[in-house]
Design a protein around this ligand. Structure first.
Ligand SMILES: [Ca+2]
Length: 208
């Protein structure tokens, strides 16, 4: 569960509700037992933004094959997937995204966290389909963490940042963007927000 984050982000009233909700969830889980717990887990659905690597356009796969021999989408850790299930969280289990990262109202852009020949420490890449229907590749700073997800455009979201460089992760920043943004998460530790503006990606992070 991502309770720690909710608590830090929330105001006093929301904190109270979050605590009640968390307590209620724990009670329900205790009452339900392992079998129901698993059933609950299956209700978590893959996000509409998450696709599998074989659904990438041929042109994107061609770029990947040419530059990153032996690439594959970095698998998401089973523990993290289980946690997302149990939290009822929208599921991002593929490390491949399709969304509208350049804000032209077409869901024709892609992001992928790759690893090469099984090595850890992948690259986070985005492919923006430009006006000439050509995919422009961008390597995003800071790598990809454990998994990537989408912050949908025009929807306010909070993310945590240090209160000062190297400081405590207690500062809550609030954003609304007019493009879909890429979140790269080091699970339960840090989230990077990557968004496309003026022809390139900017990042609000985090770092580690
Ligand atoms: Ca687009």
């Amino acid at each position: 569960m991502n309770l720690w984050r909710e608590l830090v982000c929330a105001g006093p009233l929301q904190k109270a509700f979050a605590l009640i909700a968390a307590a209620a969830t724990c009670v329900v889980l205790l009452m339900a037992g392992p079998e129901s717990f698993a059933e609950e887990g299956r209700k978590s659905k893959r996000s509409k933004y998450a696709i599998t690597a074989d659904k990438l356009p041929g042109a994107v796969i061609k770029i990947l094959d040419a530059k990153y021999t032996g690439w594959e989408a970095q698998p998401v850790d089973k523990y993290i997937i289980g946690d997302m299930h149990n939290a009822g969280r929208e599921l991002y289990d593929t490390n491949v995204l399709r969304a509208d990262f350049d804000g032209d109202n077409k869901n024709d852009d892609y992001a992928i966290l790759i690893r090469i020949s099984g090595r850890q420490g992948g690259k986070l890449l985005a492919f923006i389909r430009n006006k000439n229907a050509v995919y422009e590749e961008h390597e995003l700073a800071g790598g990809g963490g454990d998994f990537i997800h989408v912050y949908p455009k025009n929807k306010e979201f909070d993310y945590l940042a240090p209160d000062k460089p190297g400081g405590e992760w207690t500062h809550v920043a609030r954003m609304v963007l007019n493009v879909d943004a890429i979140g790269s998460e080091v699970y339960e530790r840090a989230v990077g927000v990557h968004y496309y503006t003026d022809g390139k990606f900017e990042a609000e992070t985090t770092g580690d």
